[in-house]
Design a protein around this ligand. Structure first.
Ligand SMILES: NC(=O)c1ccc[n+]([C@@H]2O[C@H](COP(=O)([O-])OP(=O)(O)OC[C@H]3O[C@@H](n4cnc5c(N)ncnc54)[C@H](O)[C@@H]3O)[C@@H](O)[C@H]2O)c1
Length: 415
């Protein structure tokens, strides 16, 4: 198959690129290197050193079978003064030239704290995420009308779109409801907890609308936080994917692992009862490959809950502590005030049917062994990571967005 990956240079994009290449697929990768720059903006860096996109292409093509074409531009192009037709956008032109069988959309601002920093970051997140998806929907529509080709869109959303509801989260865009005594079919309720999650919920609704109006063929993936440094293909350092650990860009387990390596206490937010649906990088990439290779029927809007296990953030801290202490690190846990607005304890039970049907039954990797590997990989970077200790502690508060104004933002606001 020919697969176009929007956001191929990111944490998930790169391992998926090489998984697909290793399985004989041709990949076209688009990325404007936004994440590399935005992580620098908050004074942080990837814990694992990664090659430049051009070096990545050379390395991947020398190791794996398929070819990798790379392009650097924004897929969220929107300039109302200059562009009045989606056919004039770079992403449309690329899709129209290449006619891929599937397009994976990862190219979004993916940090909840980043979206909560202040007005600029909230607006940037909304613009980048919603417009990138809108460009893709319209490119799909025009190409389908003009050529008849029905390209499978694989869009990465997040389990966080739902918040933590008291119902079992279905794998469906619609649910039956009883409202004021009357039955109806409504969109599955969502309760985002940040501007980032809200942008993802908008994307899902926009894709659902495109499906009901024009028959968009799409897989919308509701994914939990992913952990890990390795996949079957990432067997050497030159193939590493990025690994973020700071308060803005690092997911909870990544932060804990860097804290363990730096002999800092692990810092669950609040009581640590917040339960989320997790999966390893290997399971995420393999699930994505199977969803791409097994598309839905034409005109179907397939919703997939992508995770393999659920943990509370305190349970995860206990596991990292246990593994860290086994390998001689001196790991402790110290809860800190939760900077976010979220329930500390709650019901959490997402449905999980589609991935098991594709053979992804449960976690293929034991979380303790996986954490062991992460700690080993990070330990080699310990000296360099010591310079970044200050970026782990939370500074972005959900209650007072606007307090933090980085130099970068100040520079922008003067332009
Ligand atoms: N990593 C996780 O745990 C996780 C969990 C759930 C959902 N997701 C979602 O999966 C997707 C990928 O996540 P990730 O962790 O790989 O993030 P990432 O930030 O590492 O990767 C996203 C990539 O997209 C690129 N990008 C962003 N905006 C772009 C634009 N306008 N044009 C071109 N390229 C652009 C970035 O430069 C980056 O390389 C995101 O949409 C994220 O919201 C991630």
């Amino acid at each position: 198959m020919k697969v176009l990956i929007m956001g191929f240079d990111g944490y998930l994009g790169w391992p998926l690129t090489i998984r697909l290449m290793a399985n004989g697929h041709d990949v076209i990768g688009v990325d404007n290197l936004y994440t590399r720059n935005a992580v620098n903006e908050v004074g942080s860096t990837s814990a694992l050193k990664i090659l430049t996109p051009t070096q990545r292409k050379i390395e991947a093509e020398s190791i794996f079978n398929g070819t990798l074409q790379i392009k650097n531009f924004s897929v969220a192009e929107f300039n109302p003064k200059r562009i009045s037709d989606v056919r004039d956008t770079k992403i449309y032109k690329l899709i129209n030239d290449e006619m891929p069988d599937a397009i994976v959309h990862f190219a979004e601002q993916r940090s909840a704290p980043y979206s909560m920093r202040n007005w600029w970051h909230a607006a940037y997140t909304m613009n980048n995420n919603i417009i990138s998806t809108m460009n893709l929907i319209y490119a799909w529509k025009v190409i389908k009308e003009e050529t008849g080709k029905d390209i499978h869109i694989v869009k990465m959303g997040t389990m966080g779109e739902y918040g933590t509801p008291n119902f079992d989260i279905p794998e469906s865009h619609y649910v039956k409801a009883l409202i004021n005594g009357k039955k109806d079919i409504i969109k599955t309720p969502k309760k985002a907890g940040s501007w980032y999650h809200q942008s993802k919920a908008h994307d899902t609704d926009n894709m659902g609308l495109a499906n009901s109006m024009w028959g968009l063929t799409a897989t919308n993936i509701m994914q939990g936080p992913v952990y890990g440094t390795r996949t079957k293909e990432i067997t050497k350092e030159s193939l590493y994917t990025r690994f973020d650990f700071d308060e803005t860009w690092g997911t909870v387990l990544n932060r804990y692992c860097v804290q363990a390596v730096l002999n800092m206490p692990l810092t669950p937010y609040g009581k640590g009862g917040q339960t989320r649906a997790f999966l390893s990088l290997e399971d995420s990439v393999e699930s994505l490959k199977r969803l791409i290779e097994n598309p839905p029927k034409n005109g179907e809007f397939r919703i997939v809950n992508q995770f393999t296990e659920t943990y509370s953030v305190m349970q995860l801290a206990e596991i990292v502590k246990e593994v860290g202490n086994e390998i001689g690190l001196n790991v402790s846990i110290k809860s800190i005030n939760n900077p976010r607005i979220e329930a500390d304890t709650h019901y959490y039970n997402p449905e999980r049917k589609i991935l098991p049907e594709l053979g992804i039954i449960g976690p293929t990797r034991d979380i303790k062994s996986e954490i062991h590997i992460i700690l080993d990989d990070l330990s080699k970077e310990k000296e360099r990571l010591q310079r970044y200790m200050r970026v782990i502690e939370p500074k972005t508060s959900w209650k007072s967005s606007g307090v933090i104004v980085s130099n970068e933002t100040k520079k922008r606001s003067k332009q």
